[in-house]
Design a protein around this ligand. Structure first.
Ligand code: PMP
Length: 285
């Protein structure tokens, strides 16, 4: 695999980052994951805009402009022959010469920019989309700025492990009695013609797929209600699903052992997945 590090395209075993890099020592970095379909990038503009916001919120310097980032994404997709898969991008505050809690001077410490691709043939035609996911609920024990897409992913990773141990596919996190989001996706329930999902705040990541799917839902004459919901309400809903750049729209068929609706993928979730894939392919760059 050819990867990108600070201006260079390299074989992955030649790519190096300092042990003093702030992401390695302090999780002081942000990331984006953009999917690739038909060799093209899905919603690159959305991911670039969110990256800019994450950097700004953390007072971190951008490593380059958006046009350059687009070029690097495209070049990596080309060099690695990706038809379906993902591009991972990470920006860190860089590597000052020592470990210190205080941010280094941005004039002297360059941000670190790393990108690599993940080849995932069959991503859009995933069998999981046909069977649906079984999820468990867990307490949300993350920090309070989940709107910033940092590489601080230990708790979500632990959540996936809790799900795996319980024989489930993923976990939804719950805070003060309400679902925040999935470990790596936004969470939704469907009641009648209404798509219900938590409103944007610092409590959840502002999903790029979420924004697109809510727009498509409205265009397809579904109602959208942005509000909190509990696990109990979700278990009693007609349908449930999640969205993310890597899973698109994925039906949820079971929550904490209770079947949602008929216990099979709901027709609105399936329809939204089709619309999302069709429209995203058309708009890909
Ligand atoms: N919430 C969390 C916690 C996530 O990690 C992700 C995926 N990065 C999402 C939501 C979905 O965001 P997006 O649609 O931009 O991939």
């Amino acid at each position: 695999r050819t990867v990108y590090v600070n201006g260079e395209y390299l074989p992955e075993h030649e790519a190096k980052v300092s042990i003093f890099d702030r992401a390695f020592l302090m999780a002081d970095g942000v990331y984006e994951v953009t999917s690739v379909l038909d060799g093209k990038l899905i919603d690159f503009a959305g991911h670039a805009a969110r990256l800019e916001r994450s950097l700004k919120e953390l007072d971190m310097r951008a490593p380059c402009d958006t046009d350059t980032l687009l070029e690097v994404h495209r070049e990596l997709v080309r060099l690695n022959g990706i038809e379906e898969g993902l591009v991972y991008l990470q920006v860190t505050r860089g590597a000052p010469g020592d470990r210190d809690f205080v941010f280094p001077d941005p004039e002297t410490t360059e941000p670190t920019l790393v990108l690599f691709t993940q080849n995932k043939p069959g991503l859009a035609d995933s069998p999981a989309a046909k069977t649906g996911m079984r999820i468990i609920s867990i307490e949300d024990q993350r920090w309070g700025r989940r709107d910033i897409k940092t590489v601080q992913l230990l708790y979500p990773s632990m959540g996936k492990m809790m799900a795996k141990k319980a024989g489930a596919d993923d976990a939804w996190m719950v805070e003060d009695g309400f679902v925040t989001e999935g470990t790596s996706n936004n969470a939704y329930i469907v009641k009648g013609n209404k798509i219900i999902t938590r409103a944007l705040s610092n409590d959840i990541l502002h999903g790029i797929t979420r924004a697109a799917v809510l727009r498509f839902a409205r265009e397809a004459q579904m109602e959208v209600e942005e509000r909190n919901f509990s696990i109990e309400e979700a278990q009693a809903a007609d349908e449930a699903f999640v969205t993310s750049a890597s899973a698109f729209v994925m039906p949820v068929v079971e929550i904490d052992g209770v079947a949602v609706g008929a216990g099979t993928p709901g027709h609105r979730a399936v329809r939204l997945r089709e619309i999302y894939l069709d429209e995203s392919r058309k708009a890909a760059v």
